[in-house]
Design a protein around this ligand. Structure first.
Ligand code: FE2
Length: 264
């Protein structure tokens, strides 16, 4: 069969949540989506609260992944411990709350493994190597899954590319998150892994990475740092569809399926 996984980019603030609510179910229907992974680490700006996680699940996410702002809202710690469908990067220190990998039920008894990792370059040098952690998980718990997918939350396009190629032939799909700008390079790598450098975000279209432009511009002009606020206005949803041939385990296609609200 063809298995369809939809990966949705970082949901930013209330505008992003509203956009997700309006567009996700129609997208799932249009593309006959079997499994949906949404990055939710910016739902509260920096981090997410338990009610944001509930709203993202209610909008249609099967699994929520996170990233460098995982600990931005401490109120999420209990949910990270209790809800196996909420993942944080697996290469944080092992004593921290939550988990970075899970195996979930898919169609026709398929077991779907989702791995959340975070890059180190220009982001957090104190993490364990995401490459070594991927090796360890794929050799251990990952063996229980029929299909494996990785959300690699990282700053550098080079590090994201390295992860895609490192895992080529060992997982069905790798996508990047965090930079909030969709990249135009969806592709199937030589050994059959689907890859895209970044999904883009789900949030304010007229913004700098989701933030009010004046906040970000002021910082680059050398003015006193001010609190970043989410921009208003129309929203867009960044998403990529992975189609997997379950007989061969190879990715057939990787396609951008972005949605954007009309601009005034
Ligand atoms: Fe991030």
């Amino acid at each position: 069969m063809d298995f369809h996984l939809l990966a949705v980019g970082d949901v930013v603030a209330d505008g992003g949540l509203d956009c997700l609510r309006r567009h996700l179910r129609p997208l799932q229907k249009t593309y006959d989506v079997h499994f949906t992974v949404v990055n939710g680490e910016n739902a509260a700006g920096l981090g997410l609260l338990p009610h944001h996680a509930e709203e993202i699940f209610a909008a249609g996410a099967d699994v929520i992944t996170l990233g460098n702002h995982t600990w931005g809202k401490r109120q999420i710690l209990d949910t990270l411990e209790d809800n196996p469908y909420l993942l944080r990067p697996a290469n944080f220190a092992p004593n921290l709350p939550g988990r970075g990998f899970g195996v979930y039920e898919g169609p026709r008894g398929l077991r779907i493994g989702i791995l959340n990792l975070m890059g180190r370059f220009e982001l957090d040098s104190n993490l364990d190597s995401p490459f070594q952690v991927a090796d360890r998980i794929l050799a251990g718990e990952g063996a229980e899954a029929d299909l494996l997918f990785v959300d690699f939350h990282a700053e550098a396009t080079s590090e994201k590319g390295a992860m895609g190629w490192y895992l080529d032939g060992r997982v069905q799909g790798v996508w990047g998150t965090h930079t909030h700008v969709p990249t135009a390079d969806p592709q199937v790598l030589p050994q059959g892994t689907g890859f895209v450098t970044d999904l883009g975000m789900t949030g304010p279209a007229q913004s700098i990475l989701g933030v009010k432009p004046e906040n970000s511009v002021a910082r680059f002009l050398g003015q006193l740092p001010r609190r970043y606020e989410a921009a208003g206005g129309p929203n867009k949803l960044g998403a990529v569809l992975f189609t997997i041939d379950t007989d061969t385990g190879r990715c057939r296609s990787v396609t951008r399926v972005d949605r954007e609200d009309p601009r005034p």
